[in-house]
Write a protein that binds this ligand. Structure first.
Ligand code: BG6
Length: 465
């Protein structure tokens, strides 16, 4: 392949997954239930075709085959998450040895194959019993997360250097506590602020214990920094976009990079009477990161015309089912009239990835950045032994060009993890929305490399395209 876009030496070419979305084996070897297992069981109507993560991709049993696939796709890095309820079925009890052994085997297997692990501690699978006692609104969850993080650093810190504490705390708090689309399905702005703050305190505690126990560890957080543009140049829409950006991006970005919550948003929450959790500023200062993980899918466009509170997510891939997000009196996200969209209504705009990386770099110039998720969900089927996903190749090319441009503009981007290694349990979308380099046959769970996997192998070997 002739190379026009060359990446820095040592660039990480990988992909990402999350425990609940790929592992399956939810009742095996002593794993406990997570809030998502219980939510899927009790509310099949909220998930496309009533899908559950029970089997997912059975990565728990097939991880060796999956690591072999990664090597064949040219990976030198892999981002995955540890399942908290697999390690601690009772988060107040002892470690579950068989669960802990699984990650030993996975990490060893990756290293034997020259693939560097980037381990996320929390990708939304909160142990169910902590959900029942108040989830992220409660101090106890922060305390138990600290114990769990300490145990992961102690057990795997000799082999794992790259750690991410929490995946998308903003998205997790937003959907758990404002839109009510994810467990615990609340629609309460006060609860959102408590949870958003609790997640950032948990992050800071994990950074502190990680640095204490593993001095070589590089500890980061994974944020979805979707740029939020005003829908029109009007002053009102500019304010709406600023507010949305403060609540969904800066509340997480500023503590992670600067060690401080943004004053203006603190003031906004106070003035609305929804900041009732004491902020531990000393603790937050300890949570500044060694690197930032940036997840990017699409930008938002915010309008001030938000008369009602209403949320709807297209989980079917039918284009007529328009996504809706409106918070009365605050902001409403509207589709870009000039945008290109996936079947699930997600705008395709590579420029937003460039903007997110440059923005992070402006906060702290030179901070190591990884694109920890980026990809496109599609409806796909096998043709022979592969899938023609040329659209994904085109998507990756355009987004990797944006990454390349961010590097040329001075951002220290060190790697790219495509979402995802394999088609997986896509939360509310079940299994119809396919993101993988590997097609998973839902009947046999056999893996098939898509066209994009062969393309990515060439890119990774050439360190560019
Ligand atoms: C990210 C999550 O927000 O988006 C992933 O970290 C998720 O876990 C990805 O799968 C794509 O979202 P979805 O809902 O289409 O699977």
């Amino acid at each position: 392949m002739s190379v026009r876009y060359r990446f820095p030496v040592g660039f990480v070419w990988g992909s990402a997954t999350a425990a609940l979305q790929v592992e399956g084996a939810t009742n095996s070897d002593g794993r406990g239930p997570s809030v998502w297992d219980v939510f899927c069981r009790d509310h099949p109507e909220k998930i496309f075709e009533g899908a559950t993560p029970d089997m997912a991709c059975d990565h728990y049993h097939r991880f060796r085959e999956d690591v072999r696939e990664m090597r064949e796709i040219g990976h030198n890095g892999y981002r995955f998450s540890i399942s908290w309820p697999r390690l601690f079925p009772d988060p107040r009890g002892p470690v579950n040895q068989s669960g802990a052994d699984f990650y030993d085997r996975l990490i060893d297997c990756l290293l034997e194959n020259g693939i560097e692990p980037n381990v996320t501690l929390y990708h939304w699978d909160l142990p169910h019993s902590l959900g029942e006692t108040g989830g992220w609104e409660c101090q106890e969850t922060v305390d138990r997360f600290t114990d769990y993080a300490r145990s992961c650093f102690a057990r795997y810190g000799d082999r794992v250097t790259l750690w991410s504490t929490i995946n998308e705390p903003g998205w997790s708090a937003l959907n758990g506590y404002i839109t009510g689309l994810h467990p615990p399905c609340k629609q309460d702005q006060g609860a959102f602020v408590r949870a958003a703050t609790g997640l950032m305190e948990a992050h800071a505690r994990a950074v502190a214990v990680g640095h204490e126990s593993s001095p070589n560890a590089k500890i980061g957080i994974v944020l979805n920094l979707s740029p939020i543009h005003p829908a029109t140049p009007s002053e009102k829409d500019l304010d709406a976009a600023r507010m949305a950006d403060g609540m969904l991006n800066r509340w997480f970005l500023e503590p992670a990079i600067r060690g401080e919550f943004p004053e203006d948003i603190m003031y906004l929450y106070e003035s609305r009477g929804i900041l009732d959790r004491r902020l531990d500023r000393d603790l937050i200062r300890k949570g500044t990161v060694d690197f930032l993980g940036v997840n990017y899918y699409y930008p938002h466009h915010a309008s001030a015309a938000a008369d009602e509170t209403a949320f709807f997510l297209n989980t079917s891939g039918r284009r007529e089912e328009a996504c809706q997000f409106s918070l009365a009196g605050l902001f409403r996200f509207v589709p870009n009239p000039e945008g290109r969209f996936t079947d699930w209504g997600w705008e395709i705009d590579p420029e937003g990835l460039h903007q997110s990386l440059i923005r992070a770099d402006r906060y702290r110039h030179g901070i190591p950045l990884y694109v920890t998720e980026n990809g496109i969900g599609r409806q796909e089927s096998l043709i022979g032994e592969t899938v023609d996903d040329s659209e994904r190749i085109e998507y990756l090319q355009s987004h990797l060009k944006a990454v390349h441009r961010a590097i040329a503009d001075g951002a220290n981007v060190k790697g790219y993890y495509m979402w995802s290694l394999m088609d997986n349990f896509s939360w509310l979308n079940g299994f119809k929305k396919r993101y993988g380099f590997l097609f998973i046959d839902r009947t046999t769970l056999a893996r098939f490399k898509k066209k994009s996997a062969y393309w990515y192998r060439e890119v990774s070997l050439a360190n560019g395209f």
